[in-house]
Design a protein around this ligand. Structure first.
Ligand code: BGP
Length: 485
């Protein structure tokens, strides 16, 4: 029977802006994450016009990882991590994005961080752009809507690829590039901001689709250029595309519901199609023809996309959604559906549908679509409230059961379905600031960080029960879960 390979990449993943803090230190510029205030489950984060004194910007401090990463990585090593994913804050390297020269202090910071990982035998898995583009590229160019941003990104990629070519092998270009297609999601305007630097909160759905189509195209061209360049700089590089894969289910077998589900899925998957196959899917080309959203896509761009296909597909998986058609017409389009409750699925305290079998299903779907492309799970986890008990203990059995069910689903996909999964990096192995809400109390970690939503607290790190559990999972290459099942 097929099983997880002996060099399977077990570990965890974070992003610079959610952890590092030190937002204006050593020449770092303001990023799009630095102008996001704190929200919560029922109050969206505000996008402010620059940094406004007196507002609470949780990414300005994160968990102070900038100053604590050596001790924190030591804890990851104690759990047996083989790999650790983080991002380079673009604004530490190019504070404004269009600077003539990179910032040496920022480059030196990541030299040391990657050395620290290597010393602990932890493979760095590095995202170039995780929701943290330079804010200046937004104010001056309008974010990814402007073709010139492609060159700024490629220049940034070139600088870091050259600098870290002997320290980093696994890269990915843009985090969750597919998120911005989630037009029916109530946060879709916000997702346009985090992906593309376009404030979509006040836009209509049609305006969002139009803005997203152009911005995402430039992001894909930039990604493909970076992939081709990275392979020239070091042919051993493995450079991935990264997408969120929240599976869709039709609410019923009614043909219009099936079509609505299929259209929703196609719209989610067009970005991974371009990453992996180097070309636009037919139905999207048809959609652009029909709607008149003809983004600026040149013949040269198409060659670039073809020449820069990715080495692996990195995916995040948290939850599934279920859709119901809003029209019985046969012409169901990408957004002719509503999200509805699935009676078979429970939800988290933040309303995310908990669905481990959906992970197996999704991995199968991806393996059918891209049979030759390895998959790395680079995010999966449960955001939950934790309570400190009996002195310094956190009994997070809810987290253990979520992760255990998902890891088992992944192992089944590998062993029974033959899906090629090369790694599992759970999200937020140490508590960090939530990207969606800016809260600290939405915790994912095996390691508790004593900080609250206002950034107050000792900052102390405490090992939760899940810390010891995950160490065992890694040590046994997942076999311990089978014994428990
Ligand atoms: C993904 C992002 C991460 C992350 C995670 C959990 O969308 O790539 O940055 O934070 O989701 O989301 P949240 O932090 O909102 O709970």
């Amino acid at each position: 029977m097929k099983t997880l390979s002996h060099d399977f990449l077990w570990g965890g993943a974070i992003a610079a802006h959610q952890a590092e803090g030190a937002w204006n230190v050593d020449g770092k510029g303001v990023s799009i994450a630095d102008v996001l205030t704190a929200g919560d489950v029922s109050h969206p984060r505000e996008i402010t016009d620059g940094v406004i004194a007196g507002k609470n910007y949780p990414n300005h401090h994160g968990i102070y990882f900038h100053d604590t990463y050596k001790q924190d990585l030591q804890l990851m090593a104690e759990m047996g991590f083989k790999a650790f994913r983080t991002s380079i804050a673009w604004t530490r390297i190019f504070p404004n994005g269009d600077d003539a020269e990179p910032n040496e202090a920022g480059l030196a910071f990541y030299d040391e961080m990657f050395d620290a990982m290597r010393r602990l035998n932890i493979e760095p898995v590095i995202t170039l752009n995780h929701f943290e583009m330079p804010y200046h590229l937004v104010t001056k160019y309008g974010g990814w809507r402007d073709r010139r941003v492609i060159d700024f990104f490629v220049r940034y990629a070139e600088v870091v690829f050259n600098r870290y070519k002997d320290k980093v092998t696994y890269w990915m270009t843009h985090n969750e590039i597919s998120n911005q297609t989630a037009m029916k999601h109530e946060a879709s305007g916000f997702l346009l901001w985090t992906n593309s630097g376009i404030d979509g909160k006040e836009m209509s759905v049609d305006e969002r689709i139009e803005a997203m189509s152009q911005a995402a195209h430039y992001e894909l061209v930039a990604s493909a250029k970076a992939v081709a360049l990275g392979h020239q700089i070091n042919p051993a590089f493995k450079i991935g595309g990264m997408v969120n894969v929240a599976p869709f289910y039709p609410v019923s077998p009614k043909p219009a519901d099936m079509l609505a589900y299929q259209k929703a899925r196609q719209f989610r998957d067009w970005l991974s199609d371009v990453h992996v196959r180097g070309k636009y899917p037919n139905e999207l080309e048809a959609y652009y023809e029909k709607t008149g959203y003809r983004p600026d896509i040149t013949a040269e761009d198409r060659d670039v996309l073809q020449a820069g296909t990715v080495d692996y597909l990195a995916v995040s998986y948290y939850a599934s959604s279920t859709v119901e058609t809003t029209t019985d017409e046969p012409k169901v389009g990408y957004t002719d559906y509503e999200d509805v409750t699935n009676p078979y699925i429970k939800t988290s305290d933040w309303g995310w549908g908990l669905d481990p079998e959906g992970l197996r299903y999704t991995l199968n779907e991806l393996s059918e679509m891209y049979p030759d492309t390895p998959i790395m799970i680079v995010e999966n986890g449960l955001g939950a409230y934790d309570k400190i008990e009996d002195g310094e203990q956190i009994h997070d059995d809810y987290r253990i059961s979520y992760l255990s069910a998902h890891i088992q689903a992944m192992m089944t996909a590998v062993e029974i379905d033959g899906v090629n999964v090369i790694g599992y990096l759970s999200w937020g192995p140490i508590d960090i600031v939530s990207a969606g809400t800016g809260e600290m109390k939405k915790r994912y970690g095996y390691i508790y960080v004593d900080l609250d939503d206002e950034g107050e607290g000792s900052g102390n790190r405490i090992k939760k029960d899940s810390f010891y559990w995950y160490r065992k999972v890694i040590e046994t290459n997942g076999q311990v879960l089978k014994q428990q099942a």
